[in-house]
Design a protein around this ligand. Structure first.
Ligand SMILES: NC(=O)c1ccc[n+]([C@@H]2O[C@H](COP(=O)([O-])OP(=O)(O)OC[C@H]3O[C@@H](n4cnc5c(N)ncnc54)[C@H](O)[C@@H]3O)[C@@H](O)[C@H]2O)c1
Length: 312
């Protein structure tokens, strides 16, 4: 296990400081045809990495490959449903066939909560668990394959980046299944740290507050109206920094973008039961973004109205 280091704010100017280490690396990204995944693919390609994209939207993935090739980079893609083990296995096999190995893996594919969890009048209805399948089961498959292929790659510069959310650290009443999935993603990263460290690999979790991508559908936009977003480029910067940071003591970190401010790196030891500090800092940041804008009771009322609108 890496030793403890101090949690810290990472200045925007530092986020791409180690990005040149990505040159020649093979970067596999799930959900890379849109939003954070697409921008991360372009950022790594700009620094000379070879990109492998798997996405449910096969056409969208091909379009990102074309964008990268137009910039003079190398990329391949395949339609991939992350909830299907064989699809992900085939994606990793494509990476090895095309470029010989896998160096950085970004488990990014995700969807918001589908359907409402909070019961409404009438008979009990079974909750829709697709969100859990895509966000958590998909990430578990990606992580298992990353561990397998990292073991077969002698490089000491390998990283698994799991895209969590502020919902990995905080419960959100309108998105309980999504929050459960993203808490699970962080638990997965924390649990894999000893195994991946032993294989010479990093494992870090990126936890953004809401980001302005197609992920945020109309009800979510109503819920978030007036609130600032976390900046997509900063989230992508956290992904690149998390993958390329050569400092072994930052292995296992969480990179939290709790509001529209800079990235806060949380040391893995700060997440232990012994730490009274970190959850407090992040909770304050993420709640002040809501309460400074709305005030507590208006925010609460808005939550209730949105829970009502989102029910199915
Ligand atoms: N946008 C936000 O507010 C926000 C905040 C915190 C965390 N995140 C996380 O960031 C990640 C990326 O989200 P984004 O904002 O870029 O969203 P996005 O909708 O722009 O991109 C998500 C991508 O995942 C793909 N995808 C969905 N289901 C899939 C499946 N079953 N198999 C393969 N690919 C699939 C989509 O086709 C899409 O290309 C997600 O894990 C999301 O939970 C997003």
């Amino acid at each position: 296990m890496p030793p403890a280091s101090k949690s810290e704010t990472i200045d925007d100017s530092q986020l791409f400081a180690h990005a040149p280490r990505g040159k020649g690396k093979v970067v596999l990204i799930t959900g890379g045809s849109s939003g954070i995944g697409r921008k991360a693919a372009l950022a790594f390609a700009e620094h000379g990495a070879k990109i492998v994209i798997g996405d449910l939207n096969g056409q969208g993935a091909l379009a990102v490959v074309a964008e990268i090739e137009n910039l003079g980079g190398q990329a391949v893609s395949q339609r991939c449903d992350v909830t299907i083990w064989e699809d992900q296995l085939s994606l990793f096999q494509l990476a090895v066939k095309s470029f010989g190995r896998v160096d950085y893996v970004i488990a990014n594919a995700g969807i918001p909560d589908v359907g409402a969890y909070v019961p409404v009048a009438g008979s009990p209805t079974k909750p829709n668990l697709l969100t859990l399948q895509v966000n958590l089961v998909g990430a578990i498959y990606t992580a298992r394959l990353a561990s397998y292929y990292f073991e077969r790659n002698p490089s000491t510069d390998k990283s698994l980046i799991l895209i969590g959310s502020m919902a990995s650290l905080e419960g959100f009443s309108v998105t309980p299944v999504y929050s459960a999935a993203k808490h699970g993603v962080l638990g997965l990263a924390r649990s894999l740290l000893p195994d991946l460290s032993a294989k010479g690999a990093r494992v870090v979790t990126i936890c953004p507050w809401s980001v302005d991508t197609p992920f945020i559908k109309i009800p979510g936009r109503l819920l978030l109206a007036g609130l600032p977003f976390a900046k997509t480029d900063r989230v992508v910067g956290a992904v690149v920094f998390g993958a390329t940071d050569p400092n072994p003591t930052s292995n296992g970190s969480v990179y939290a973008i709790a509001d529209d401010q800079e990235v806060f790196r949380v040391d893995h030891n700060e997440l232990s039961l012994y730490s009274p500090i970190t959850y407090g800092i992040l909770s304050k940041r993420v709640h002040s973004v809501i309460r400074d804008t709305y005030g507590y009771y208006f925010g609460l009322a808005k939550d209730v109205v949105c829970a009502f609108l989102l029910r199915k």
